[in-house]
Design a protein. Structure first.
Length: 255
């Protein structure tokens, strides 16, 4: 280690301890700990004084000690596929960033784990929870037949899905109304005079794809247009895919 690096380390501020905070406010360590953890038997004035002193001293509670005390990890798991490509990968990145920021606002951490082999996915969920690394999970891209949901539900593991399922009434989820969105999109295009409206279908094993398909068909019916299977194309929702379809299917007015 260079002399400058050693000097820099020597000059770092020592993190205040709970004992030092207790000494500064003239209270016992257990009282200070309970004040910092918002116990109801500690007065609001004492809590305020302890927190202000702790903040001024740069005290940060030990996450390990807090976790042992509470019996939680303060971490939420997100297991993603390393095989994600195109728009799926871009959305996955944006979702992960937003989720991490939201959890941080609640004093929680995001544990991100990537799996290359779908076969080992359930083992990964089981291992992360059984080893006490997370308190629960967020599941992305819910499937029509989702083994993850069955596994976590049967074992009482907390989870929230990004995307609804056929069994949404029995678990927590967040989602947009994909069916209405696609139905409205078709109605909008039909209202502009378009009659051959193509649809780029996503992965049929993903539940949201079934909702989009239903919305597309609903929009056609509402506009008085017949469903044409030749206007439905498998794809990955990428700009490249839509550009390729536009150039190779001149009869398609919009998609």
């Amino acid at each position: 280690m260079s002399g400058k690096a050693a000097d820099a380390l020597k000059g770092k501020v020592k993190r205040a301890t709970l004992a030092e905070v207790a000494n500064a406010v003239g209270l016992a360590k257990p009282t200070v700990s309970r004040a910092l953890n918002d116990y109801p038997d500690i007065s609001e004035e004492t809590k305020r004084r302890v927190r202000e002193t702790a903040a001024a001293m740069g005290y940060v509670a030990s996450s390990r000690a807090r976790q042992l005390q509470k019996g939680t990890t303060d971490a939420i798991g997100l297991v993603i596929s390393s095989a994600s490509v195109g728009l799926q990968s871009a959305y996955q990145s944006e979702f992960t960033s937003a989720l991490a920021a939201a959890l941080d606002g609640h004093g929680l951490d995001l544990l991100l784990h990537s799996v290359a082999d779908p076969v080992s996915e359930i083992d990964t969920y089981n291992r992360l929870f059984q080893q006490g690394k997370v308190d629960g999970f967020v599941l992305m891209r819910t499937r029509c037949d989702d083994e993850r949901i069955r596994f976590l539900t049967e074992r009482g593991v907390p989870f929230v899905t990004q995307g609804r399922t056929a069994d949404s009434a029995n678990h927590a989820w967040i989602d947009i109304d994909s069916q209405k969105a696609f139905s409205d999109a078709v109605s909008f295009l039909a209202g502009k005079g378009h009659r051959r409206i193509a649809y780029i279908a996503g992965d049929p094993t993903i539940y949201s794809s079934t909702l989009r398909d239903a919305g597309y068909r609903e929009g056609l019916e509402r506009a008085g247009l017949a469903f044409d299977p030749e206007l439905v194309f498998p794809g990955d929702f990428s700009d490249r895919k839509s550009t390729r379809l536009n150039s190779s299917h001149s009869s398609v007015s919009r998609m």
